[in-house]
Every structure is written in C-alpha cells, then in structure tokens.
Design a protein. Structure first.
Length: 299
C-alpha cells in the first residue's frame, strides 16, 4: 500500500505513543528498582506521592531518583555541585515539597574528613538546595521524620539524641537525648509521638510530643517479637509502621498503648536497611544495591 509522507509520520507517531504507553504499563508492575551505578552503597530509600523513588548514596554522595513506574534510578542531585559526601536518611515531604537529607562527612583512616553532619533540604520537584542546618556539636545524622505541623526530627546515632527543626527555624535544637538510645537509627511520627528504634539493642521507644512541642518521657515499647538490627522505620497508616531489619525481615508494627504487635511481611531480605511504601507495595532496600517490591496492605 502506498502512503504519502504525512500518513507515514502519523503512523509513526501512533506507534511511538503505543510503545510509550505499553512501556509505562509494564513499568508500573516493577518488581524491584535498581540504580544506574555500581558504587552507590545506598542506606535509605523514600518515595513521593507520585510514585517517584529516591535513594541516597553513602559512597558517592549523589541522590538518585526513579521516576514514577521506572525500574531504574538515575543520578538526580549531584554530589559535586551540592557538597554532599555521605548521604544516609532521605525523606520525601510532599506537603512541603521538600526532600530531607541526612548529610555526613566522609573520610577517616588517615584521611581528613570532608563535608559536615547536617540536615539538608532540597526542592522535591527541581532538586534545588533549600537549606542546610548543621548538627550542634557534631554527631551522625541517620534518618528523618516530619510531623503534621512541618517540624522535622532527625536521629543522631553518635549522640543518642533526636534533633528538631521547627518550621522556619534557623537552627536545630536537641529535642531528646537519652543513654538508652544505643544505636539510635530509624524514626517515625505516629499519633502525636516520635518512635525510634535502636540498631544495637533492638529496642523500640516512644516520646510523646507535648502541647508546647517539648518531648515527653521516653517509653520503651513492648514488642510481640524481638527485633534484630532494626533500621528504617516509616509510618504506614493509623497506629501502624513498617520496619526493615538487618537480619533480612520486613515487619508491620501495630501500636496499642505501650505494646507493639508485630507482623512479619517478608523474610530472607539480605541486608534490609530501609523501606518506603508506594500504593499497595512496600519497597525494601536490600544488599546496599536495590529496592525490592513486597505487596503490602494494612489490615
């Protein structure tokens, strides 16, 4: 059949559209998300409401993003242009259009440290820097959670403390510090309380946010099963959190008073360090390499 040039172009455009739509549909069923780099060593993962998934890099300092439905993350925020060196916790805050980042120095073993320990913020749409708040008296920034009023809370593993940045604040302040927080790691906001886990002791604690914003007493939460190397912690709905454990487990934690009922969602996840939820899927960061998909719906 003979076709003129305009008709041919029209067919090509339709074919391209079908290919793009087909690829997008296939990508939505992604079973894991890999990173287009071999030396990333990510420690944390987060996601925005549109389904984008973000990784930080402890080795490169870059921040990587997989666009909605994509199965591979690409460099999005360059370490070379932002001064990032060792990125741990990352948290997407859609309400504030902010990607919160735990920045830490790199170096040691005879090499002078480069960079600083700080809570940093980037625009969630463009990746442009929005602010830097150094940790008072140093420390080690591990992870971040944000309350409904916009207050950001960051864990300091080295200092066994939780630091706070109020909306519009110019500096971090110490919200709570306690020697019980041995290996302080993940943090989540749930029902007016700040929950933190401890990597070394395997314990889970809560401090209630008082009406004036101060921290209430630190309370140890009784868990129905013991945790081994608990790491990333994320809110997952009313009274529930998701937790990645270094022993290779993804768990759902349901809080009732001072007790936590724990449901094991997946085992055999080598080196699980973080988790984020996209719709009915939990993406678990494993092997310091990729995020694997685990079907999840709160019950």
């Amino acid at each position: 059949m003979l076709m003129n040039r305009q008709s041919v172009l029209g067919v090509l455009r339709v074919a391209a559209l079908v290919l793009i739509v087909g690829s997008a549909v296939e990508a939505q069923s992604r079973t894991d998300v890999t990173i287009n780099d071999t030396t990333v060593m990510p420690e944390s993962v987060t996601s925005s409401k549109d389904g984008s998934i973000f990784f930080g890099s402890t080795a490169e300092g870059n921040i990587y993003r997989a666009t909605p439905g994509a199965g591979q993350a690409e460099v999005w925020i360059q370490a070379s242009t932002t001064g990032l060196t060792n990125v741990l916790g990352v948290l997407a805050d859609d309400k504030a259009s902010t990607l919160w980042v735990c920045a830490n120095p790199t170096g040691g073993r005879g090499t002078p440290p480069t960079g600083q320990t700080a809570l940093r913020a980037f625009d969630l749409a463009s990746g442009s820097p929005k602010g830097t708040w150094p940790f008072p008296n140093g420390g080690f920034c591990n992870d971040i959670a944000v309350a409904d009023d916009g207050t950001a809370y960051a864990t300091d593993t080295a200092g066994r403390r939780v630091l706070r940045l109020r909306p519009g604040g110019t500096a971090l302040d110490v919200w709570i510090a306690d020697q019980q927080l041995n290996g302080l790691d993940g943090v989540a906001v749930l029902n007016g309380g700040i929950y933190v886990n401890c990597f070394f002791s395997g314990e889970l604690f809560r401090a209630t946010i008082q009406p004036d914003g101060a921290a209430g007493p630190l309370t140890k939460i009784e868990t129905s099963i013991l945790f081994t190397r608990p790491d990333g912690l994320r809110t997952a709905g009313v009274n529930k959190m998701l937790q990645a454990e270094g022993q290779g487990r993804l768990t759902e934690i349901t809080i009732t008073g001072n007790r936590a009922d724990v449901r094991v969602l997946k085992e055999g996840l080598t080196g699980a360090t973080a988790v984020t939820q996209v719709g009915d899927t939990a993406f678990v960061l494993v092997e310091r390499l990729r995020a694997v998909a685990v079907p999840y719906s709160a019950r």
